[in-house]
Design a protein around this ligand. Sequence first.
Ligand SMILES: Nc1ncnc2c1ncn2[C@@H]1O[C@H](COP(=O)(O)OP(=O)(O)O)[C@@H](O)[C@H]1O
Ligand SMILES: [Mg+2]
Length: 211
Amino acid sequence: MGGVISTGKEANVFYADGIYDGKAVPMAVKIYRTETSSFDKMDEYIFGDRRFDYRVSPRDKIYLWTEKEFRNLERAYEAGVRVPRPYAYMKNVLLMEFIGENEIPAPTLVEIGKELAELDVEGIFSEILENVKKLYRRAKLVHADLSEYNIMLLEKPVIIDMGQAVLIDHPKAMEFLKRDIRNLVRFFRKLGIKSDEEQIYEEVVGEGDEA
Ligand SMILES: Nc1ncnc2c1ncn2[C@@H]1O[C@H](COP(=O)(O)OP(=O)(O)O)[C@@H](O)[C@H]1O
Ligand SMILES: [Mg+2]
């Protein structure tokens, strides 16, 4: 294990030199807190998701949450969505591809801040929307906490933090999707990109040909 990348309310993230398939790979280790996690907030993302809808103790809920993030990442990764490749999980620990270089994590959009204006903002926005679309159509998932905080930029945007993502048949999936789109539209509007929430929503869920 190497240095601390992030200490959050629900989880800490560390750097680690990992081995996967006999090869050395840089990894991010996400460790969910078992004492201070907001267990109740997790309920609306667990119940209603038919893969995980059963009642459990608080500690088991964290383990379930860790498994849920792993499986969400796996589904997204297999669908070709740009997310960290998941490697393994056990209890409250998740191992995944490290997004960054030389042990330094790539910045999130919120960390880049104003300097984003000097980049190809339109290109970045459309890449993100492509990912959201693939996530919905191929992986059949809605991220449900998508914002500038959970998108890193390593040449291309990389979507992270998928514990709360739900299958598209979750009762609140469409509400979550609309909120995700609203967050993105709001953030990119400040960077001069005009876009229409409703139109993006239709494009994501629509019966179009490009699945
Ligand atoms: N795979 C990864 N590679 C490198 N850094 C990561 C990775 N996943 C998360 N991080 C870093 O850790 C921070 C927190 O991770 P995140 O999954 O968003 O957890 P939370 O928001 O629940 O604390 C991110 O903002 C990012 O800086
Ligand atoms: Mg996050």
